[in-house]
Design a protein around this ligand. Structure first.
Ligand code: 5AD
Ligand code: SF4
Length: 522
C-alpha cells in the first residue's frame, strides 16, 4: 500500500465511523427515502427553474484558473470511469470535458459498467422520452450498485437542473450517490472527493451561473472531428423549451480563446470542427467592450488552416446579412446550414415565441440561396404544439416542400414543466399528433431520398471517419453537406478527405467507390 492509498484508507475508516454515528451506514437496501430526506433537509438546496429563468445584468467573468486540488490528484489511480451521454452535441462535448477532468484525476475510461468505479449519466431534459430513458438506466444500474457499494453513481446534465427530477431521484433511487448540474461541471473533482470521503449523497446544482471557465481539460472522442463551444446558454425562451432554464443565460467565449482552440486543433491534425452553441447566431451579443458577432468569428475562423468548419444550432431570427456574406466565401465554411424552423404556421410560431413569421423565414432562405446557390438546408420541426390545427400542420408540410429541406429532425411536442407552453390545455389527441408526425416523416424521407438521388454518378468529397458500423470491409464518412457515404477504399484514407464516386443513393446514405489515385483534396 503506497502513501496515497494509506491516506485514502484512513479517511474511509474515519468516514465509516462517522456514518455509524449518524445512522448513514445502513446498507443501501435498508435505506428508506426518509433517511435521505432527513439528511437533505439540512444540507441541500434544490435547483429552482424560476431562479434559472431570471436573467441578471451581471458581467460575465472568464476564469482561467481551473486546477485539481493537490490532495485528490491521484484519487482515480487504478480506477475506471464510464460516462453515458444522452441528448445533444453540447452534452457530448460536456462529456469530453468530464472525461478530461476524470483522466486528470487518474481514472481510466471503460465501456463496461461492471469494471467502472464511477458511472456518470449525462442527461437530456428536452423531451419526456429522453428523461424516461435515463430513469430506466438508473433502475438498470441498481443491482450493480448493490453488488459494488463503492461504485459512485452520478447523474448530471440538464435533468439535474430540474427540481422534480432531483426530488424523484432522492425519494426513489437511493442508488444514486451524486447529482450535479450543468453549471457545476468544473466542480467535479471536489464533488467526487465529497462523494468518496463524505457520508451521504452529494447534490450540487447551481440554478444560475454567469461565468465561463476556460481551461478545463478535455479528452476528445476522436482525432478527426472536434466540437468547439463558442457560447453557453440561451436567452430566446421559445415557449416549449426548457433549455434557457437548464443551461442559463447566453454568454460568449472570448474570440481569442476560441480561435486559439481552433488553431490548436488544426495543428493536431483535426480535419473538421463544429462550433457549438444553443443559438450560435447570438454569439457576441453579450460583449460590452467589442462589436464582434458570429459573422466576425466565422470570418476569422475562415482564415485558419482547418479543412472543414460547421456550426450548430442557428436561430433564424439572428441570422444576419453579414453572416451570409461571410459564409458565401466558402473555403472551409461548408454550405450546409441547419436552420430550425419548428413550424410552417405564423400563428404557431407566434405562440412558440420564435419571433419570426413563415414569410420572414422564407425571405431568409431566399437570401441564403441567392448568396450560396448550392446551400443545403436542414431543419428541426415540432408537430402537435398545443392546439395546432390541421390547417396549421398543413402549412408545415407545404413549408417543408417549399424550402426543399434535405433532412429534418422531427418531434412530437412534449410538455416540459416550468415552460409557458406546458400550462396550456391541449385539444389535440395523441393519435392525431402521431399521424401528423408519420406524414411529415414520409415527406422528409422523400425529400432526403431525392437529394441523395441527385448525387448518383457524381463525385463527392468525403471525410473518412473509419470502418462502416455494418461492414468492416467498407469505409464510412461524410460529405461537405453532411451526407453519410459508405464506400470501398483503402484503410489509409481514414482521417483524410478523399473523392468518392457515388454508385447508389439510398434514403439516408450513399454508396460509392473511392476514385483511384485521389490524394488529399483540401
Ligand atoms: N418538445 C418537442 N421538441 C422539442 N424541442 C425542444 N423542446 C421541445 C419540446 N418541448 C426540439 C426543437 C429543438 C430541438 C433541439 O428539440 O425542435 O430545435
Ligand atoms: Fe430552446 Fe429556442 Fe433556445 Fe433553441 S433557441 S435552445 S429551441 S429556447
Amino acid at each position: 500500500m503506497n502513501e496515497q492509498q494509506r491516506k485514502e484508507m484512513s479517511q474511509i475508516k474515519q468516514r465509516d465511523a462517522a456514518d455509524r454515528k449518524s445512522g448513514q451506514d445502513k446498507p443501501l437496501q435498508e435505506k428508506t427515502s426518509s433517511d435521505f430526506a432527513k439528511y437533505f433537509e439540512t444540507t441541500y438546496e434544490p435547483p429552482n427553474l424560476n431562479k434559472a429563468r431570471k436573467r441578471g445584468r451581471d458581467k460575465v467573468n472568464v476564469h482561467y484558473d481551473f486546477g485539481i486540488p493537490e490532495d485528490i490528484e491521484n484519487i482515480g489511480v487504478g480506477k475506471k470511469f464510464l460516462i453515458r451521454t444522452y441528448g445533444c452535441q453540447m452534452n457530448e462535448h460536456d462529456t469530453e470535458v468530464m472525461a478530461g477532468i476524470l483522466t486528470e484525476l487518474g481514472y481510466e475510461s471503460t465501456n463496461n459498467t461492471e469494471d467502472a468505479d464511477i458511472i456518470l449519466l449525462n442527461t437530456c431534459a428536452i423531451r419526456e422520452n429522453a428523461e424516461n430513458k435515463v430513469f430506466g438506466e438508473i433502475g438498470h444500474l441498481k443491482p450493480l450498485k448493490l453488488e459494488k457499494p463503492d461504485l459512485i453513481l452520478g447523474v448530471c446534465g440538464c435533468m439535474s437542473q430540474e427540481e422534480s427530477v432531483v426530488n424523484r431521484i432522492l425519494k426513489k433511487h437511493p442508488q444514486v450517490d451524486l447529482i450535479f448540474g450543468t453549471h457545476n461541471i468544473h466542480r467535479l473533482p471536489q464533488l467526487i472527493k465529497e462523494s468518496f470521503f463524505g457520508k451521504a449523497k452529494v447534490v450540487e446544482v447551481w440554478s444560475k451561473e454567469g461565468d465561463i471557465i476556460e481551461n478545463l481539460p478535455k479528452v476528445r472522442k476522436g482525432k478527426i472531428k472536434a466540437w468547439v463551444n463558442i457560447m453557453y446558454g440561451c436567452d430566446k425562451f421559445c415557449t416549449y423549451c426548457i433549455v434557457p432554464m437548464t443551461r442559463g443565460k447566453e454568454r460568449s467565449r472570448r474570440p481569442e480563446d476560441i480561435i486559439q482552440e481552433v488553431r490548436h486543433l488544426a495543428a493536431q491534425g483535426y480535419q473538421e470542427i463544429t462550433l457549438l452553441g444553443q443559438n450560435v447566431n447570438a454569439y457576441g451579443k453579450d460583449f460590452e467592450d467589442i462589436a464582434y458577432g458570429f459573422g466576425e468569428l466565422m470570418d476569422d475562423i475562415h482564415k485558419v488552416d482547418i479543412p472543414r468548419v460547421r456550426f450548430t444550432t442557428s436561430h433564424p431570427r439572428d441570422f444576419d446579412d453579414h453572416l451570409i456574406e461571410v459564409l458565401a466565401q466558402g473555403g472551409n465554411l461548408l454550405d450546409h446550414i441547419h436552420l430550425p424552423v419548428q413550424s410552417g404556421s405564423s400563428d404557431v410560431l407566434k405562440l412558440m415565441n420564435r419571433k419570426y413569421t413563415r414569410e420572414q423565414y422564407l425571405e431568409l432562405v431566399a437570401k441564403i440561396r441567392k448568396a450560396i446557390p448550392n446551400a443545403t438546408l436542414t431543419t428541426d420541426i415540432i408537430v402537435g404544439f398545443p392546439n395546432e390545427t390541421d390547417e396549421q400542420f398543413e402549412e408545415t408540410m407545404t413549408l417543408m416542400a417549399e424550402v426543399g429541406f434535405e433532412a429534418a429532425y422531427t418531434y412530437i411536442y412534449s410538455p416540459r414543466d416550468g415552460t409557458p407552453a406546458a400550462k396550456k390545455t391541449d385539444n389535440v389527441p395523441m393519435d392525431v399528433k402521431k399521424q401528423r408526425l408519420y406524414r411529415l416523416n414520409d415527406l422528409v424521407n422523400k425529400q432526403s431520398k431525392e437529394s441523395m438521388k441527385r448525387l448518383e454518378n457524381k463525385v463527392v468529397k468525403v471525410l473518412v471517419e473509419g470502418e462502416s458500423k455494418k461492414d468492416p470491409d467498407v469505409l464510412a464518412g461524410y460529405t461537405e453537406k453532411n451526407k453519410l457515404v459508405n464506400f470501398k477504399g483503402p484503410e489509409s484514407s481514414i482521417g483524410r478527405i478523399v473523392e468518392v464516386h457515388v454508385t447508389e443513393a439510398k434514403t439516408w446514405s450513399l454508396n460509392g467507390i473511392m476514385v483511384e489515385n485521389t490524394v488529399e483534396v483540401n
